[in-house]
Design a binder for this molecule. Sequence first.
Ligand SMILES: [Zn+2]
Length: 185
Amino acid sequence: MASAFGHAALGATLGKLLLPNQLHRRYWLAAACCAALPDLDALGYKLGVPYASLWGHRGITHSLLAAALVAALGLASRLLSQPDRRPPVGRLALLLFLATASHGLLDAMTTGGLGVAFFSPWDQERYFLGLRPIQVSPIGIKAFFSSQGLRVMASECLWIGVPCLLALALQRLGHRNEADQRPYA
Ligand SMILES: [Zn+2]
């Protein structure tokens, strides 16, 4: 896996890109949580669920089906907002789906472990992307706070942090240009 920090950073970035209004900040946090959520299967790994099985690590919780389910269930969170602060349903569903699905994509770009069962439960094949520059993160908090954890953080800063910051900078630039082109009253 990539680390929870890397996944959450990408999720929050997607939140800001898709729901840029400050009124929707809570959904940036929700997207960060969705992006980290699939690694709940690490609990099963600790309890002895075989890695390569349907419920194993990087199995069904990392699939596109799971991302769609999280998006559908996550729409209920909209009801917690005041009516005038609710984001459009379609955009929120897209955000929650992409944030959750982004988890598998990042894992499929890591240097280790098995691949990701994107199409589980129909296809148990584990997939990697052709580009795999992200150092795989150890499973477990203790193992993370080690020299390997530092290497993972450095790799994620480069391959996740920098692209996220660039995307946010481009969004800001786009908004500034839009504002500049508005006619004066
Ligand atoms: Zn994962």
